[in-house]
Design a protein around this ligand. Structure first.
Ligand code: CA
Length: 225
């Protein structure tokens, strides 16, 4: 059973989310206080986290970053939930390691669809267990990316994006191809999301000059051989 951790301090919203997620076959656990989130993540090992942006004493963004840095749970998919709608915040939310983002108030069917889409895209079914391209290697079993032998940290969406690029080193993937391969047929993803995650991936790889992940003008992206 898929376990969803609900990080939310509004009791009414927790009740609503639990009821609806359980109705759709998910198991739920909750953390209503930011201080216990990390501990709950480590003991419960959820398959996905719904993270409220505004929590007393601690921000969802900081928790997100903390989760991304912990080797045992760093690839847990995270959906950030916030009351702020500004576009800048959306990008900022993604840059801190969330995989998706929803604005309150949201509809339950949309939330369920986004959860299912996110879970689909983080389940990677590789042909090879270890991929290499240039100075990069990616190990599916260890969930590890090495650059010249050094481990690099990244979230599940960047891991999957890199895995797809590394399945065919040198091949230029269009944004549309990457959207389909990484995000599936989710109707909620905007094309520029690909660019946001490519930027994150480059930052994760310390690839300031786009030497590892190439932009091919008007075509798309490729990993350097
Ligand atoms: Ca809140």
């Amino acid at each position: 059973m898929t376990k969803v951790l609900i990080v939310e301090d509004e009791a009414g919203l927790v009740t609503l989310l639990k009821y609806n997620l359980e109705k759709h076959g998910f198991e739920t656990v909750e953390a209503m206080d930011g201080k216990i989130v990390m501990q709950t993540v480590l003991t419960e090992k959820p398959d996905l986290i719904l993270m409220d942006w505004m929590l007393p004493n601690v921000s969802g963004v900081d928790l997100c970053r903390e989760i991304r840095q912990h080797p045992d749970v760093k690839l847990t998919p995270i959906i950030m939930v916030t009351a702020r709608a500004e576009e800048a915040d959306k990008v900022r939310g993604l840059s801190y390691g969330a995989d998706d983002y929803m604005t309150k108030p949201f509809s339950v069917p949309e939330l369920i669809a986004r959860i299912q889409a996110l879970l689909r895209r983080v389940v990677v079914k590789p042909k090879n267990r270890v991929l290499t391209a240039g100075v990069l290697s990616l190990d599916f079993d260890k969930k590890l990316v090495l650059k010249s032998g050094q481990p690099m940290h990244m979230g599940p969406t960047e891991f999957r994006l890199l895995a797809i690029l590394m399945e065919q080193p040198g091949h230029v993937f269009s944004r549309e191809e990457l959207l389909k391969l990484v995000w599936g047929d989710s109707v909620f993803v905007e094309p520029r999301t690909v660019d946001v995650h490519i930027r994150r991936l480059r930052r994760n790889l310390d690839d300031d000059k786009s030497e590892l992940i190439r932009t091919v003008r008007s075509s798309g992206y490729a990993v350097k051989v």
